[in-house]
Design a protein around this ligand. Structure first.
Ligand SMILES: [Zn+2]
Length: 422
């Protein structure tokens, strides 16, 4: 065991270099750039070390196109003896860069023990960590039992349909093939994430009548109707949700309640592209839409979550003549929770204790991640998220990952492999 921990330390330069190589491929999603490049990098590296490599394009999946194909890579190393399979799944896509950076977003600059860049923390650092851990374990224990799998998958940031969902539908997470799954999302190196809250996304549309902007009394303004909806939301729905607390150990603490975000609002004329130099034209908007993002707790029922919004819309209707609206479902996922006595939970808990000398904290993620597909499509319950990186830095400007955190997490992952396959 000590030899394994030392081996990880000896590979810290390789861990940095691999993280930098991954970060320098700008796998922006949307639209889904360079997916094939990053899969090839992982596949060629592990293929050269004797792993079986499968490049899988999610043909026909949501988001897949000729211009932006949804590529995934699944690598498997079989030991000489039969046993269980431990799978590390990382998404390779990253979100938009956004404003406010002081570092080069895809430069992967190393400074003061941190690597900076979009995707360092979420989650190329975690991908690199799992690769180094698996390589070190396999090199020191060539006679291991069972198999190790590492996958780098597409589109987690946009729902995972061209990634883990596609693979799960094709049996890649069948309990007969894979028995343990670790998703190295950035949840902090001493925390084990057991699952996530539920999600309901919906589009709400208010309807009006188009007319000339100089004679609004001849039309019916859908934006004013939406204003009334948002006012009612402020008056009743937000306070209701804020008062609902859960026993789930969700982090950060603000997410221990039900939440709702208005992700977008659109009304009236569409925004013209930048090349248009004219003025807008005067019209009464005949439709206005908002996209709501409702995150719910394991104690809540999704039917009730939806019903609350309908009730709120009905309250608005009572105060406004001719008020018409529509609610369209976009996406929903039920909350997921792996039991604390699941084998992978106990193994990683012991490994965290051995490496860091303290008990791992159990947490639940405020948002969903690919565990939903492994659970629901793959029917595999023995799954956790565990990885280096500080959760709050995900999607932020100047995102970074600490090298020491990656090394510690790699030790935990290697010990977990040793425990399950050694
Ligand atoms: Zn992520």
């Amino acid at each position: 065991m000590d030899a394994l921990l030392k081996e990880i330390e000896d590979r810290h330069a390789a861990l940095i270099a691999l993280t930098q190589d991954l970060v320098r491929i700008p796998t922006l999603n949307p639209p889904g750039r360079h997916y094939r490049d990053i899969c090839a990098l992982v596949g060629e590296r592990l293929g050269a070390r004797g792993w079986d490599v499968q490049m899988v394009r999610a043909e026909g999946a949501l988001g897949d196109s000729t211009q932006h194909p949804r590529w995934n890579v699944v690598c498997r190393l079989e030991g000489p003896h039969p046993g269980e399979c431990v799978h590390f799944n990382s998404h390779h896509d990253v979100v938009a860069v956004g404003e406010g950076w002081t570092r080069e977003p895809f430069g992967a600059e190393l400074a003061d023990g941190r690597i900076y860049g979009r995707g360092t923390c979420d989650m190329k650092g975690g991908l690199a960590t799992s690769i180094i851990a698996a390589e070190a374990f396999a090199d020191l224990n060539p006679g291991f039992r069972g198999a190790i799998e590492i996958s780098a998958t597409a589109d987690e940031e946009s729902g995972g349909y061209g990634g883990v969902a596609y693979l799960a539908e094709r049996g890649f997470f069948d309990p007969a093939r894979v028995q343990h799954v670790i998703i190295p999302e950035p949840l902090n190196k001493d925390r084990i994430c057991l699952g996530h809250r539920g999600v309901w996304w919906a589009e709400i549309e208010t309807k009006g009548h188009i007319a000339h902007g100089s004679m609004p009394f001849l039309g019916d303004c859908a934006v004013r109707h939406m204003g009334a909806v948002i006012a009612e939301m402020e008056r009743t729905l937000f306070p209701l949700l804020a008062g609902r607390r859960t026993d789930m150990p969700i982090v950060p603490d603000g997410a221990r309640q039900s939440t709702l975000n208005i992700n977008a609002i659109h009304g009236g004329e569409p925004v013209q592209d930048e090349s248009y130099t004219g003025l807008p034209s005067p019209c009464v908007p005949d439709r206005c839409t908002i996209t709501i993002d409702r995150r719910f707790l394991i104690e809540e029922d999704i039917a009730e979550v939806k019903h609350e919004v309908t009730q709120m819309m009905e309250r608005v209707r009572e105060t406004r003549p001719d008020f018409r609206y529509e609610i369209r479902d976009l996406f929903e996922v039920l909350p997921t929770l792996t039991p604390q006595d699941a084998p992978i939970v106990r193994t990683v808990q012991d490994a965290v204790h051995a490496v860091m000398g303290k008990s791992a904290e159990f947490v639940i993620s405020p948002g969903t991640y690919d565990q939903k597909h492994i659970d629901r499509i793959g029917r595999l319950k023995n799954c956790i998220a565990y990885g280096p990186g500080i959760l709050d830095l995900a999607h932020q400007p100047d995102e970074w990952i600490g090298v020491d955190d990656m090394v510690d997490s790699a030790k935990v992952m290697a010990l977990a492999l040793h425990d399950l396959l050694g």
